[in-house]
Structures are given as structure tokens and as C-alpha cells.
Design a protein around this ligand. Structure first.
Ligand SMILES: Nc1ncnc2c1ncn2[C@@H]1O[C@H](COP(=O)(O)OP(=O)(O)OP(=O)(O)O)[C@@H](O)[C@H]1O
Length: 718
């Protein structure tokens, strides 16, 4: 078929477009489309990139609060594995109740300490969050710096600055070599006091550490002390109750306390964790945060942003921060106000040699009273030794330990308190003109208001009887122990076996006052139904701590497992022997609880002994309970006997005397009588005099007077 010819071109018809033009248009269209798509694509990529960036940056902040004041580094597990050579056992530097601590080295060569939680449970998670939220938001040269963390699946790791001289625990009880001379010890005490000053006064709201003890005091290159482990810390939130039930609104608090006691349910009126501050006097921060997902109020109350430094500002560890910058290209904002010179002058309260020269053995002997056969043994250590067993003529160290535990944990079961009250009564009856009467007058109603004395009256009578008759029925501690802690201990089957073997081999079967057991159990069972279940019935939450050979200062280094384990075993509310009596008995955690722990710590540092140090030799038993021993020495006016023998005479007597006296005032049973941390720091600096020692620690009145009155009183009771 012939092709149709092109129509002839005419000026009216559109001119013919050559194929060349078509191609150009197409190319242009294509180019435009492509570039438009590229622009759109790149904007999408740009948008996505920014989205990703913001997500990544957000993930690097602390969980629960992306706007925490100091951003912590988020490490990947892989990074930390590399830093520790896959968590090699050779890098283990310590083992705590909740985790293992490794030494690590970052790519930049920076040394770090890595704490990996052993198991993930509510308690460890809570402590992990506490550490992040509280320590992560604080910077002070007196606190160990938390550098970062790692959260991946079941893995929880905290990364700290590395402290080359490890913990005070290891320095004091480590290898037996004397690494801590007097000057260092005194500096450590001062550092800890200043750390607490920072927490109590330099933070707004105040932070209460809640677990001051030697293993939580870490030592830097120069042996300067820093506080670590904020797992049990609390941020104190002011509420309707008044900030401090004991010290700030005593009258109101007493009424409240009394009404709670009367209603028989202290816990019922206790604000629950995470409740709004309007009704809570202190808040469990981590749980509050967790609860905050469902409660806007609680979040508002507990936001970590509220944690500011107030007028007391401190020089942060700038050198370390800048090191971290060079490692990670990130810096944290730090306060740069200088602390000022550490002018530790030597103006201390002089040690009173005169007091120590008074012979008080008679009074002490009389206080021991009941002992006839054992008069010789009890002569010096008086009332603390009434549980000496009949017949055998031997002191049982376990009795001492168990008695002490019972007496220190729960104020209402504390016979020591009653003894002290009794001795105050006796002394008051003797000499009304004695100035200490005023103090006693002030305390007595408070003691009763707080229910510290009365509930035990029935028990007291029984005890007195049994003491007189010398027919105290032995109670096997194992029974009590197993009943209380079987669930916990049985998880660690081998440990229990070891313990049992140790008990059988090394000690007589321990005895334990049944009244104390029953009363304590009753108290705890009642209270634990409500508050203590969640919040801290005394229990060895972490069981017997497994110490590795790397953990110097642990059990490996000396023979008495029992005392060591006890004084380093953390319960839900602190560590036995260090925890304040009012707190151990399910009370509120206040600053004064830290002050009590500081008192114990000071004695430990000065004496180089554990607070509970039971040795196999009965000769040493009188010194087993450090606090009790110190009180006895103070009573006898010879406190310097407490100073670590290893120091020989190479220590400053004035400073040592000051420290011991200060410790004693921190160890007062009534929290409101303990000094404030600001005062403690001033006293240690020599800027303030030590307040007069409380009656219970001051040397006894003249022996004649005292003995006569005692005799008179005994005669009337008989
Ligand atoms: N930043 C650090 N630098 C050097 N060593 C450290 C550091 N942190 C912890 N350690 C060592 O690890 C040990 C265990 O510390 P960790 O805080 O886990 O347990 P703890 O305080 O002994 O017990 P708990 O956690 O039950 O109170 C410390 O005693 C110390 O020797």
C-alpha cells in the first residue's frame, strides 16, 4: 500500500517539529523529574537522618527522664566487653551484693570501673535506676563520678570513674599492711563528712545516702575519699509531715507517731512510694519514677530536674570530665566554683587526760551486778555481758553477735536502750543536781512517746528474773536463723553447708533470747504486712555476699567469717551494724540516719576494726561490738584505747579524741540529738567546738555516790 504523502506546508498549519526538538523536551522533562525526585528524596533522607539523630541522642540520656541535668554516656555492651576483655575474671576488682565490678579500659586508654548486675530483679533494677537518677545527676569531688551506663535486654551495667586505691574496706582490712596512717584516716573522715554535707545541704532537695559504710567509700590516687553506691539513696521531698519527724517539728511528729502507735498501725498512715509529695515525707525515687508512667502527680514531685545545687557549690572533677570529652567527644556541664583551700588547722577539742585517770571499775562492776561467778569477767564490761553463759565459764561469741543484732535492728527490742534509761534513772535518783539531768528530762518523754521503752517492760522483768536465777534457757540460733532466712539461704545451698560446718566446728551452738526473738518477729510480722514488705523488713536481701579472691578485705584475709559477713551484708534498708536503729526498725530515712552511719564509720576508721568483730579468742570478746566497747571506754574516760594499735603512737591524740567523741555524739539513739552534718564538718575543721557529750557516754559520777545509790535502789526492788 502506497504511503500517504505529507500534506503540503502552508503558513496556516503548524509548522513541523523536527524529532530533535522532541528529544530535547523529553530530556528536559526527565531531568526536571529526576532532580525533583532527588530533592524530595534527599529531603526525606535529611528528615529521616534528623529523626534518627534525635532518637539516638534521646536514647543516650537517662531512661525515664530525657532532660536530666547531666547526660550520661550510653555504652553498648560490645564496647564494655571490649573494655574488659569480655568480662574476663582477671579484671574483676570487687564483688558487691548486687553485682560484679570489673576494671576496664576504653579505646582512648581511659581506665574505668564497670559494675555489671548479676541478676535482674525488681530490687536490682530499682537500685540501678536510683544510681542513674541520683548519682548520675550529681557532680562533686567527694562523690564517685558515674560516667555512663549500658541497658541491653537483661544486661544492666554502670560505668564509673576508676578509683585506683579501691575501697576503704580494703585499705583498712585488706592485706594487714598499714597503708592508712593517721593523717590519711583523718582526711578520709573529713572527706566523707564533706560528701554528706554536699548531699544533705548542697543538694536541693537533699539526698540521703542510706548506706554509708567502708566498702562504699572509694579512694582515689591520693587516698582522698569519695562516696559511691547510691542504690539505697533517697531524695528527700518535703511534705505535709514536715521534713524531719525528729528534728524539725518534734511536737507534731510526736503526736503523729503516738497516734500511729496507738492505732497499732504505723505503716497504715505511711505514704506509699510514689505518692504525691503533698502526703509523702520521703520518696523512693526510682519506684516513684516507675509509678510515674501511670501517675502524673508523682512524676511531677519526683522529677530529677528538681535536684539542684543550691548555694553550696562544689568544684567538680573537671580533669576527669575533660578526659571523658576526649574519649567520647562529649562533655557534661559542671560547676566550677572553687572549694577554697582545705585549711585543716589543728584547733581541736583537747583530749582530757584527767577524765581518763578516774578509776571507774567499781561502778562498772556494780553495773554488771548480777554476775557472781563471772564477776571477774564482767568486772570491766559490765552490763553488756549479762548473757554470759552459766557453767561453762566461757563467753559465747555467737550470743554476743545475736544479742547485738537483735538490739540494734529494732529500737523497740533494744535492751541496751532500756539499760541506758535505767542507768539514767538510777543516776538521777542519786544526784539531782547533776547537769545531765536536764538532758535526761528532755529525753525521757520523747523516748516514751516514740515507744522505745515501754513495750519491753514485760520482757525486761522476765530477763531480770532469768538473769538473777542464772537459768536462761539456751535458744539455738540456727532455729531462728533458718526460720527467718531459710528461703534466702537455701538458694545458696553450698554456702549454708559451709556456714553450718563453721558453726559446728568453730563455735558453740549460739543462744538467743527467746523474748527478743518473739518480740522482734511479732514487730516485723505486724509491720511487714503493710509497709515493710515492700520497703524493708530486715532481711538479708542479698544473702551472704560472695566475695572473690579479688575482693581484698574480704573473708579470705582473716578468720572470722561471721563478723565480716554481718557488718558488710546489705539489707533492704542499709547495712547491718551501720544502719541507724530508727531506720532499721522501719522508720523514715532521714539525714540523721546517715549521721549515725558516719558515726560507726568514724569508729571503724579510727580503730581499724569492724563494727562487729568476733574472734575465736574469748579474751577479745569485750571488744567485739565496737560501738558498745567505745561507749564503755568513754564511760571509763579512756577513749584513746580504741585507736588502732597498728598506728602505735603515731597519731594525733587531739584529732583522735575529737573523732571518737564526735562519733559518739553521732551514735546517739535519739536522732535529733545527733549533730547536723554542717556542724560535723565545722567541728572537724576546728571551726566549732564539739557539743558536750551526752550523759550516756560521759564518765560516771564519783564511785561512792553511785554505788551507794545503786545499792539502795537494788535493796528497794528486792
Ligand atoms: N569505681 C570503682 N573503682 C575501683 N573499685 C571499685 C569501684 N567501684 C567498686 N569498686 C570495688 O568493687 C567493690 C564492690 O563494690 P560494690 O559497690 O559493688 O559493692 P559493695 O558496696 O561492697 O556492696 P553492696 O553493693 O552490697 O553495698 C568495692 O568494694 C570496691 O573494691
Amino acid at each position: 500500500m502506497p504511503s500517504r504523502p505529507f500534506p503540503p506546508s502552508s503558513p496556516d498549519l503548524p509548522s513541523f517539529r523536527p524529532p530533535n526538538f522532541l528529544t530535547k523536551t523529553r530530556v528536559l522533562f526527565l531531568a526536571l523529574t529526576i532532580s525533583a525526585s532527588l530533592v524530595i528524596l534527599s529531603s526525606i533522607i535529611y528528615f529521616l537522618y534528623h529523626l534518627w539523630q534525635s532518637l539516638v541522642n534521646r536514647a543516650k540520656t537517662i531512661p525515664f527522664d530525657s532532660s536530666a541535668p547531666l547526660k550520661l554516656e550510653r555504652f553498648s555492651c560490645k564496647e564494655l566487653k571490649n573494655a574488659t576483655n569480655d568480662f574476663d575474671g582477671a579484671n574483676v576488682i570487687g564483688k558487691g551484693g548486687s553485682g560484679t565490678v570489673f576494671r576496664g579500659i576504653l579505646k582512648c586508654g581511659k581506665l574505668i570501673a564497670i559494675k555489671r548486675l548479676d541478676a535482674l530483679n525488681l530490687q536490682s533494677e530499682r537500685e540501678f535506676q536510683n544510681e542513674l537518677q541520683i548519682l548520675g545527676g550529681l557532680r562533686s569531688p567527694f562523690l564517685v563520678t558515674l560516667l555512663g551506663y549500658c541497658v541491653e535486654k537483661n544486661c544492666r551495667i554502670l560505668v564509673y570513674e576508676y578509683m585506683p586505691n579501691r575501697s576503704l574496706q580494703e585499705s583498712l582490712f585488706g592485706d594487714g599492711l598499714l597503708t592508712l596512717g593517721w593523717e590519711r584516716r583523718f582526711e578520709i573522715i573529713s572527706d566523707v563528712a564533706r560528701a554528706l554535707e554536699f548531699l544533705h545541704l548542697g543538694c536541693d532537695p537533699p539526698v540521703i545516702h542510706g548506706d554509708i559504710k567502708p566498702s562504699n567509700i572509694l579512694l582515689d590516687f591520693d587516698y582522698r575519699a569519695k562516696i559511691s553506691d547510691f542504690g539505697l539513696s533517697r531524695i528527700k521531698v518535703e511534705g505535709e509531715f514536715g521534713v524531719d519527724m525528729f528534728s524539725q517539728d518534734l511536737g507534731k511528729s510526736q503526736e503523729l507517731w503516738k497516734s500511729q502507735e496507738l492505732s497499732g498501725n504505723l505503716a497504715a498512715d505511711t505514704p506509699a512510694i510514689g505518692t504525691p509529695v503533698e502526703s509523702a515525707s520521703e520518696v523512693d525515687f526510682a519506684l516513684a519514677l516507675q509509678a510515674s508512667s501511670s501517675s502524673k502527680n508523682s512524676r511531677k514531685c519526683c522529677d530529677v530536674k528538681a535536684l539542684n545545687l543550691n548555694s553550696v557549690t562544689y568544684n567538680a572533677n573537671i580533669a576527669f570530665e575533660s578526659d571523658m570529652k576526649s574519649c567520647h567527644g562529649k562533655g557534661k556541664e559542671v560547676s566550677t566554683v572553687d572549694l577554697g583551700g582545705d585549711d585543716w588547722n589543728n584547733r581541736f577539742v583537747p583530749y582530757d587526760d584527767e577524765l581518763s585517770s578516774i578509776d571507774h571499775s567499781k561502778e562498772l562492776n556494780f553495773v554488771a551486778g548480777s554476775g557472781v561467778d563471772d564477776a571477774e569477767d564482767t568486772k570491766q564490761w559490765g552490763k553488756d555481758w549479762w548473757w554470759k553463759q552459766d557453767g561453762s565459764g566461757e563467753l559465747c561469741s555467737k550470743d554476743y553477735v545475736t544479742e547485738w543484732i537483735g538490739s540494734q535492728i529494732c529500737p523497740s527490742t533494744n535492751p541496751d536502750w532500756d539499760d541506758e534509761k535505767k542507768s539514767i534513772h538510777e543516776k538521777r535518783g542519786l544526784d539531782v543536781s547533776t547537769p545531765v539531768d536536764k538532758l535526761e528530762n528532755a529525753n525521757e518523754p520523747q523516748l516514751q512517746e516514740f515507744g522505745f521503752g515501754n513495750p519491753n517492760k514485760g520482757f525486761e522483768k522476765k530477763e531480770l528474773k532469768s538473769r538473777k536465777n542464772h537459768k536462761r534457757k539456751p535458744r539455738k540460733m540456727q532455729e531462728w536463723w533458718k526460720e527467718e532466712h531459710l528461703a534466702e539461704i537455701s538458694k545458696k545451698g553450698n554456702k549454708l553447708k559451709n556456714l553450718e560446718t563453721k558453726w559446728k566446728k568453730g563455735f558453740k551452738m549460739p543462744r538467743f533470747g527467746r523474748w527478743m526473738y518473739l518480740h522482734r518477729r511479732k514487730n516485723f510480722r505486724e509491720q511487714s504486712q503493710d509497709k515493710c514488705d515492700q520497703n524493708g523488713e530486715f532481711s538479708f536481701r542479698r544473702g551472704w555476699k560472695k566475695k572473690t579472691a579479688h575482693s581484698v578485705g574480704s573473708d579470705v584475709y582473716s578468720g572470722d567469717l561471721f563478723s565480716r559477713e554481718l557488718s558488710s551484708t546489705t539489707s533492704m534498708r542499709g547495712t547491718l551494724c551501720y544502719v541507724a536503729p530508727e531506720y532499721g526498725g522501719c522508720g523514715y530515712l532521714m539525714e540523721k540516719a546517715d549521721i549515725y552511719s558516719l558515726g560507726v564509720l568514724i569508729l571503724v576508721v579510727v580503730s581499724g576494726r569492724r563494727p562487729l568483730h568476733v574472734l575465736a579468742s574469748p579474751m577479745k570478746l569485750e571488744k567485739a561490738n565496737l560501738i558498745s566497747w567505745c561507749r564503755q571506754l568513754a564511760h571509763a574516760g579512756n577513749i584513746l584505747e580504741l585507736v588502732d594499735e597498728r598506728l602505735k603512737d603515731e597519731y594525733n591524740k587531739d584529732q583522735a579524741s575529737l573523732c571518737i567523741n564526735l562519733a559518739l555524739s553521732c551514735l546517739q539513739k535519739m536522732p535529733e540529738l545527733r549533730p547536723e552534718i554542717g556542724e560535723i564538718v565545722k567541728i572537724l575543721k576546728g571551726e566549732m567546738d564539739l557539743p558536750p557529750l551526752p550523759f550516756e557516754f560521759s564518765p560516771s559520777p564519783p564511785s561512792k555516790l553511785y554505788s551507794r545509790s545503786r545499792r539502795k535502789q537494788t535493796a528497794t526492788t528486792e
